[in-house]
Write a protein that binds this ligand. Structure first.
Ligand SMILES: [Zn+2]
Length: 332
């Protein structure tokens, strides 16, 4: 049993309270390799932004949960070396699928876990979330629950259709489970292909697909029901079209990749939404940089020469998100 406090990590409680009060959102970036982690920590340290490092089920399978935990511990020390005196770093389990998964992460030093029972019947979601909360709170680990279903595919989490969160359920759910934050469904979606072309409209000037707007009326109703309670948005990559263009220019085949427009996320950040999950954008930034090196320098075979530019491109993306979208800079 390792407590996250011994690793220099923090939970989300204080961080979310400040974010809700301050009208900004904390970035939750997924990681599963060293270059991603370096880029996240460099970006957070440089901008003095609190940050949530997320580990998904896919990441645990790919990189090993134990290794990722030690990488996060190293990240705290690395942040200090970069001149960030008191790093505000959360290590969070993304989409915990069972009590045992959450317990295993809590026991190993995670400071926050998500238990995703959103696919279960309501009462079973309540019971499972409550069980995780009771265990997590023994160690001051914070818990994110979820109500409503997001469409799209992300590391084994997939659903064909989205179902918006029902505002009439949120008070009952939060009261019964004791969860510390709530992921909701208001039209965001997992992955880099969030909407079909049929769901979008066409911008006549750019020829690009414009996705349907988020359901801000549902968000407003949830905020009315749960004043000041921390709300989480999953599936909130914007799928930067310049990265998609770079990928396609250098041999890729990403057709009609479309995300959530940044101005919508900017608007959400100012509300009770205090955690915004971004994964696909980092994958795109990494892939674009690697493809460009491979296309322009076909003789290159030193991984540092293509993963280095990938890291630089991810760092640029993370800083952009922090400063221009979420507004979490200079908050830690
Ligand atoms: Zn998610």
């Amino acid at each position: 049993m390792i407590n996250y406090k011994d690793l220099g990590l923090v939970n989300t409680r204080e961080m979310f309270r400040k974010a809700v009060d301050g009208g900004y959102a904390i970035p939750a970036f997924n990681f599963n390799n060293m270059e991603q982690l370096q880029a996240i920590i460099m970006a957070a340290a440089e901008t003095k932004s609190p940050v949530i490092l997320q580990v998904s089920k896919g990441a645990r399978q790919y990189a090993n949960q134990t290794l990722l935990r030690y990488m996060a511990e190293g990240a705290v020390e690395y942040a200090k070396e970069l001149g960030w005196e008191k790093p505000q770093i959360v290590l969070h389990l993304d989409h915990g699928d069972a009590f045992e998964t959450c317990k295993s992460c809590i026991d190993m030093g995670f400071s926050s876990v998500m238990i995703d029972g959103s696919h279960l019947p309501y009462d079973e979601n309540v019971a499972l979330t409550k069980k995780v909360v009771e265990y997590a709170h023994l160690f001051d680990v914070t818990v994110e629950g979820e109500l409503g279903v997001l469409a799209g595919v992300e590391d084994e989490v997939s659903a064909a259709e989205s179902h918006y969160t029902k505002p009439e359920e949120v008070v009952d759910f939060v009261t019964k489970t004791g969860c510390d934050s709530l992921a909701i469904s208001i039209g965001t979606s997992h992955g880099a292909f969030k909407f079909t072309p049929e769901q979008c409209t066409l911008d006549p000037e750019t020829g690009r697909l414009v996705p349907p707007p988020l359901a801000f009326d549902v968000l407003a109703e949830i905020e009315k029901q749960l004043p000041g309670f921390p709300i989480v948005l999953h599936g909130s990559s914007s799928v930067p079209q310049d990265e998609v263009d770079t990928i396609n220019k250098f041999g890729g085949a990403l057709k009609a990749a479309v995300g959530i427009p940044e101005e919508q996320l900017r608007k959400a950040s100012k509300s009770a939404v205090c955690k915004i999950n971004i994964d696909s954008d980092s994958r795109l930034a990494m892939t674009a940089a690697v493809r460009e090196v491979f296309a322009n320098k076909p003789a290159e075979f030193d991984p540092r020469k293509y993963l280095g530019p990938a890291r630089d491109n991810m760092k640029k993306l993370y800083i952009h998100k922090i400063k221009e979208v979420l507004g979490s800079d200079n908050k830690a």
